[in-house]
Design a protein around this ligand. Structure first.
Ligand code: ADP
Ligand code: AMP
Length: 215
């Protein structure tokens, strides 16, 4: 049965970083709703224009367009054995839509909740740098590129996200507590929720994740 690993957790906790590590180790595709929106913004699509108006404020993009975007992405052939879903679902409506979509594909969900306290999230988001081409993620203290300002993988320029500004991060954390945290409880009640301490270094978080997923 295809397995879809859902990574839940607050902004900056390391979902994207760990998704990349997991994708390499277990060979599943990494799908990030935030990356898909940023790609649409870069390409100036209608979806990108709509998403930007929410992302800039640190609000969630409406469920209907987010669900349609993810449904389209996971119906592609490279997701037939499963995928790592990073940042989706983020609301109970999205979780319900995912459940229905995966029932069509005979897929199962494994939910992982990565946590860290707010000071860690602020330090991580304020030092985050992304590459323009493919969104590879770096940190100015914890994960430096070999050459300053340049992506190790594809050589493209690194930039800081507008929504990683302190005020916007504060709103994203508030939105996370209000709209996404209830999902954690939902997955805990269903059973099998994996909980990981995201305040450790990247390698230790990956080790914990891999061993929990094997169980
Ligand atoms: P998320 O996808 O949850 O928003 P990211 O994976 O983009 O988070 O990580 C946020 C920032 O923190 C990035 O700059 C990343 O390099 C850094 N980072 C991720 N995991 C760790 C960690 N375990 N220790 C230190 N820095 C980390
Ligand atoms: P991320 O890259 O996961 O930090 O997401 C960046 C921004 O994209 C979020 O602050 C939201 O505005 C938007 N976004 C990403 N994923 C979702 C989602 N599943 N539902 C609604 N909005 C989302």
């Amino acid at each position: 049965m295809a397995t879809y690993i859902v990574l839940l957790g607050p902004p900056g906790v390391g979902k994207g970083t760990q998704s990349g590590m997991l994708a390499r180790k277990i060979g599943l595709v990494h799908i990030s709703s935030g990356d898909l929106f940023r790609e649409n913004i870069k390409n100036q699509t209608e979806l990108g224009k709509l998403a930007k108006s929410f992302i800039d404020k640190g609000e969630l993009v409406p469920d209907d367009v987010t669900i349609a975007m993810i449904r389209e992405r996971i119906s592609k052939p490279d997701c037939k054995n499963g995928a790592i879903l990073d940042g989706f679902p983020r609301t109970p409506v999205q979780a319900d839509a995912l459940k229905k979509t995966l029932a069509e594909f005979s897929g199962q969900v494994k939910a992982v909740y990565i946590t860290a306290e707010e000071a860690v999230l602020i330090e991580r988001t304020s030092g985050r740098w992304l590459c323009r081409k493919q969104g590879h993620v770096y940190h100015e203290k914890f994960n430096l590129p070999k050459q300053a300002g340049v992506c190790d993988v594809d050589g493209s320029e690194l930039y800081q996200r507008d929504d990683d500004k302190k005020e916007t991060v504060a709103n994203r954390i508030r939105v996370y507590f209000e709209q996404t945290l209830p999902l954690v409880e939902h997955y805990r009640q269903i059973g099998g929720l994996i909980e990981i301490n995201g305040a450790q270094d990247v390698e230790q978080v990956t080790k914990d994740l891999l061993s929990a997923l094997k169980r």
